[in-house]
Design a binder for this molecule. Structure first.
Ligand SMILES: [Zn+2]
Ligand SMILES: [Zn+2]
Length: 348
């Protein structure tokens, strides 16, 4: 098969022919129909993720068709159209038994712990626990866009934040995660304040449901600005970027008993960012993370998409070939595009 492949961190990502994968006993092989480009792939290529072993094929948000099943698979067959969460739970550890596959002790992560979906085929373990059947009329590019940023935002806003109609939600950062969180919070009936440093992204945020926008390059005190326009602060605030500044702002803009949701990954110098712990005590704030979403929770999200309450397809930007996607991944840090880039052609 053709796969985008690298043999050293920060080295060239070349499209080459490699052996086709075969399914493990509890796994399947999926012919990739579409796969999204995500900043986590870039972190893996940079060498920031200790799960990534060389040589490596990136890619973790994808959808496609089952083409081979392992001997132990009972729920899936060739021809099924599917996607998987980027964190696939083993199904038999204490976390999975408690229904929290997103923090499984033995995670299978395509594109991190195993070769990923920047390829014609990808092998997935624990398939009975994690495969999600797609509605017939959902195209692969839309389904691919759910696997990481959209699902993690759905869990963050709906399951962790428990956002309800009439609440105020602040979203810090309007990239893929942030735009997803804005759309989901707006669909839940919240008043949404979006913060970014790029006016074009804030314009897009408005199209997706943001009620107010703030540009952090022109407003020095974002928490106070949010408290002013919301008369007291956000009930739920999301750091969708993952930085010391945005996480601090997110906690600081909450009203009493508010919830901060950390979705943006905190790496490098940002890993142990400063937190206003005094405010957490005095205002009884809650600090929560969101790390993917269990396969069994996808149905509610798919229902909201099929009834038109959510439209993840609006987040899709460029549709590119495998080799164009490999180039875009290497340049991800220097080039910011609006929306999610999706690879949907694998023969070029
Ligand atoms: Zn597990
Ligand atoms: Zn991702």
């Amino acid at each position: 098969m053709r796969a985008a492949y690298f043999t050293e961190y920060q080295g060239p990502i070349n499209v080459e022919n490699v052996d086709d994968p075969t399914p493990s006993n509890d796994g399947v092989v999926i012919k990739v129909g579409a796969t999204g480009l995500c900043r986590s792939d870039w972190h893996g290529w940079m060498g920031h993720d200790s799960d990534v072993q060389l040589p490596h094929v990136p890619g973790h948000e994808f959808a496609g068709t089952v083409v081979a099943v392992g001997n132990g698979i009972s729920s899936w067959k060739e021809g099924d159209r599917v996607t998987v969460p980027f964190v696939s739970g083993c199904g038999h550890c204490p976390e999975c038994h408690s229904g929290n596959h997103q923090v499984c002790d033995n995670q299978f992560q395509p594109g991190f712990t195993h070769w990923g979906s920047f390829a014609e085929y990808v092998a997935i373990d624990y398939a009975d626990t994690n495969l999600i059947g797609l509605p017939d009329d959902m195209d692969f590019a839309t389904a691919a866009s759910l696997g990481c940023r959209f699902a993690t935002s759905f869990r963050g806003v709906i399951d962790q934040g428990k956002v309800s109609a009439g609440q105020i939600v602040a979203v810090h950062g309007a990239g893929g995660v942030g735009l997803s969180a804005i759309m989901i919070a707006a669909a839940a009936g919240a008043y949404v304040v979006a913060v970014d440093i790029d006016d074009s992204k804030l314009e897009f945020a408005k199209e997706l449901g943001a009620n107010a926008t703030l540009n952090a390059t022109t407003i020095s005190d974002i928490p106070t600005a949010i408290k002013d326009i919301t008369r007291g602060g956000a009930h739920v605030s999301v750091d969708a970027l993952g930085s010391a500044q945005t996480s601090f702002n997110s906690v600081s803009c909450l009203r009493k008993r508010g919830k901060h949701i950390q979705i943006g990954l905190m790496t490098g110098d940002h890993a142990h960012a400063k937190v206003p712990m005094d405010r957490i005590v005095a205002h009884e704030l809650e600090i929560l993370g969101s790390h993917g979403m269990q396969a069994f929770r996808y149905q509610d999200m798919l229902d909201m998409i099929m009834t038109g309450k959510l439209a993840p397809q609006k987040l899709i930007g460029d549709r590119v070939t495998l080799s164009e996607g490999a180039t875009a991944l290497m340049n991800m840090d220097s080039f910011t595009s609006t929306g999610v880039t999706v690879i949907n052609r694998f023969s070029a």
